[in-house]
Design a protein around this ligand. Structure first.
Ligand SMILES: [Mg+2]
Length: 189
């Protein structure tokens, strides 16, 4: 059976935290290391208030989204799944601004992800609602807030493992390498 897969971008197929860390370090003239960032938000590691953190993120996000590398094997595995007939839809809470959407499409294409021109949903604040609407069979997500909403609303979700979601209290499958996805899909179909 072919499945409809909902794929988050930041922290799921893209190592956005690393991109953000290097851009924050440069901007703030700091040398924060990856292991210093244990929270989903970078604010604490940089000594910023949530308001300062949000403003800084907004001012740098187009740069953060432009640079940064895919998670290992994400592109090759998603291409493989697409060629097997699975439907891939990228579902991101990134703001649906023209500029951000353009950067996002370009990044997907640049790194060879299966992007059809129609399988990208921006500004998905309530990912569970989007997943219901698109009849997603399995969702891949890293952010604790989104995970909680997806699982609470009954969307089958795989947690993309990260240090900031290890204490996530709800039971769900977890993976830390895209090559593990085949076993997970076999389990669900
Ligand atoms: Mg994410």
């Amino acid at each position: 059976m072919n499945m409809r897969l909902g794929i988050d971008i930041d922290g799921t197929i893209k190592n956005t935290h690393e991109a953000a860390r290097s851009i924050y370090n440069e901007k703030l003239n700091r040398n924060v290391q990856s292991e210093d960032i244990t929270d989903f938000y970078l604010d604490q590691a940089y000594g910023l208030t949530p308001q300062e953190g949000k403003a800084l993120w907004r001012s740098l996000e187009s740069k953060i989204y432009t640079v940064g590398l895919p998670m290992p094997h994400a592109s090759e595995v998603l291409n493989d799944l697409a060629s097997q007939g699975h439907q891939i839809t990228y579902i991101t809470a990134r703001p649906g601004l023209y500029k951000i959407e353009k950067i996002t499409k370009h990044w997907l294409q640049q790194h060879g992800f299966p992007y059809t021109g129609e399988n990208l949903i921006m500004n998905a604040q309530d990912k569970a609602e989007v997943a219901h609407k698109l009849q997603i069979d399995l969702f891949f997500e890293d952010a604790p807030d989104h995970l909680q909403n997806l699982i609470r609303k009954g969307i089958r979700t795989v947690i993309m493992d990260a240090n900031y979601n290890r204490d996530f209290p709800h039971k769900a499958q977890r993976m830390d390498d895209w090559r593990q996805v085949y076993d997970l899909i076999d389990r669900y179909r």
